[in-house]
Design a protein around this ligand. Structure first.
Ligand code: SF4
Length: 472
């Protein structure tokens, strides 16, 4: 089955032509199908579609087929049900974060799309909404005969806000100075004091504090509650939402709740798989992906509607962000994926850990070429660990983290590995602040808050101007 799936990607162009050749025939068949009755037509076509597409694409009969937009690789084979591009956990060999024995469905989709588009072609795919779960098991061929192609999302034009309406992070991003955010994991405690003590370390040092949402698939205090606690105590939280644990109903309710409790920043994430966390037996949800979540949140904020179209009484005012990982395959698709997130409403972008400056500079060259840094604020993930061993463990076990061998060797050779790792982090931050289009840094390090605060203080980042014009 897998070899046929890979064959289809290799022959994506030919298959696309075959699909296109069938296009003019569809309107001729539609009256016949209508005369036979849609139920009877579906009863004939469904088993044929299931057999043919099952064989060629490992089709899961989602009922909203997008094969021609995804290089003849079925996105339903993605373990996180991503419909708008790869997650940030793709392995260096192009295999799946969740199922390491299988190639990533989106690496395959990128390859197929490139084959269809040719060397010069644009491999961009449309923004896709979350799957309509009612369509599962139904025939996409019948939908085509009925003139109902798979739905797509319209790019969003965010409402322009003036400074008085903006929260502190948004104002900092628009100010033109270098921005600093830090990641804090919520505690395994019902005591808000544990969270507030961690946050207090960064008082006056950062523009906002990201609160992770079950990072690594591990359970902690909920990010919505932790963000609200910080907001109530005068901090500026970035409320992280992962699609892994909640469906669209729960997420939208949480977004409204967070806004009502004074949270002004939202980072939309797909989320790490449950298999690496402390509850590997849990059911992953992935009703939305990061792009469809952004679109939903953006529609709530700017159009004042739920994903269902129902009107909100009062729209939340949120500064929306997304993540990007320039350090894992498929590298070209990362830029397209970033652009999709911007089109879906992201106004700030936080990246995965940057340990490889050369790789990041390549990424930023393309970002600047496409002027994406003028449409969203690019905040680069940086961090440090206490030893070469800890760093090597993270590179091997945390999906999406790439650590160059030269960096590992440098830390390993040092007499004081922790001091050397900190020095490397400071040098990386200084180098990043000189890259055009970088709006700031996002400092991360699991339960390492004291060292992170020292690094931020030593770099004195917030007094710097960044090398870029204000984003739109
Ligand atoms: S690596 Fe991520 S995007 Fe690729 S198939 Fe696995 S879960 Fe999906």
């Amino acid at each position: 089955m897998l070899s046929l799936r890979l064959w289809s990607v290799r022959h994506a162009r030919r298959l696309q032509r075959a699909y296109a050749a069938l296009g003019p025939i569809v309107p001729l068949l539609a009256p016949v199908a209508r005369a036979a009755g849609w139920q009877r037509t579906a009863a004939w076509l469904r088993p044929m579609e299931r057999a043919a597409k099952g064989l060629l694409f490992d089709c899961r009969m989602c009922g909203e087929c997008v094969l021609s937009a995804t290089g003849m690789a079925c996105p339903m084979n993605c373990a996180k049900s991503m419909r708008n591009g790869p997650c940030g956990g793709v392995r260096a060999d192009g295999h799946c974060e969740v199922q390491p024995a299988l190639p990533c469905a989106w690496v395959q989709a990128t390859e197929g799309a490139r084959r269809i588009a040719g060397d010069q072609g644009d491999i961009g795919a449309p923004l896709l909404p979350a799957l309509d779960q009612r369509a599962r098991g139904s025939s996409s061929w019948v939908a085509l005969l009925q003139g109902r192609p798979a739905p797509t999302l319209q790019p969003l034009q965010p409402r322009q806000t003036d400074a008085a309406e903006q929260g502190p992070l948004e104002r900092a991003c628009n100010s033109g100075r270098f921005v600093v955010t830090v990641e804090v994991a919520p505690p395994d405690s019902a005591d808000p004091g544990a969270l507030l003590r961690r946050a207090a370390l960064f008082e006056g040092l950062v523009d906002a504090i990201n609160i992770t949402d079950g990072a690594g698939g591990n359970c902690h205090m909920s990010s919505v509650a932790a963000s609200a606690i910080l907001a109530a105590h005068g901090h500026v939280p970035v409320y992280q939402v992962a699609c892994r644990d909640r469906n669209r109903i729960a997420i939208q309710g949480d977004i409204l709740g967070a806004a009502a409790l004074g949270v002004r920043n939202l980072l939309c994430l797909t989320g790490d798989d449950v298999s690496q966390g402390d509850h590997p037996q849990a059911k992953p949800v992935f009703d939305l992906d990061a792009v469809s979540l952004l679109h939903v949140a953006s529609s709530m904020c700017h159009s004042g509607v739920y994903a269902s179209g129902r009107k909100l009484e009062l729209a939340p005012q949120l500064f929306l962000g997304a993540s990007v990982n320039p350090f894992v395959p498929p590298y070209v698709e990362r830029i397209a994926n970033l652009e999709k997130k911007i089109l879906a409403g992201a106004r700030f972008i936080q990246t995965q850990f940057c340990f490889d400056l050369a790789m990041f500079e390549d990424f930023m060259r393309e970002v600047r070429r496409r002027q994406l840094h003028r449409r969203a604020h690019i905040i680069v993930g940086v961090g440090t660990l206490g030893s070469a061993r800890a760093l090597a463990w993270m590179a091997a076990h945390v999906p999406g983290v790439h650590v160059p061998a030269t960096l590992l060797a440098r830390i390993e050779a040092a007499a004081d590995q922790q001091a050397q790792a900190t020095r490397c982090c400071i040098e990386t931050i200084q180098a990043l602040s000189a890259i055009e289009g970088v709006a700031g840094v996002h400092v991360m390090g699991h339960r390492n808050e004291n060292v992170l605060a020292e690094i931020i203080a030593e770099c004195d980042l917030r007094s710097r101007q960044r090398l870029q014009g204000a984003a739109i």
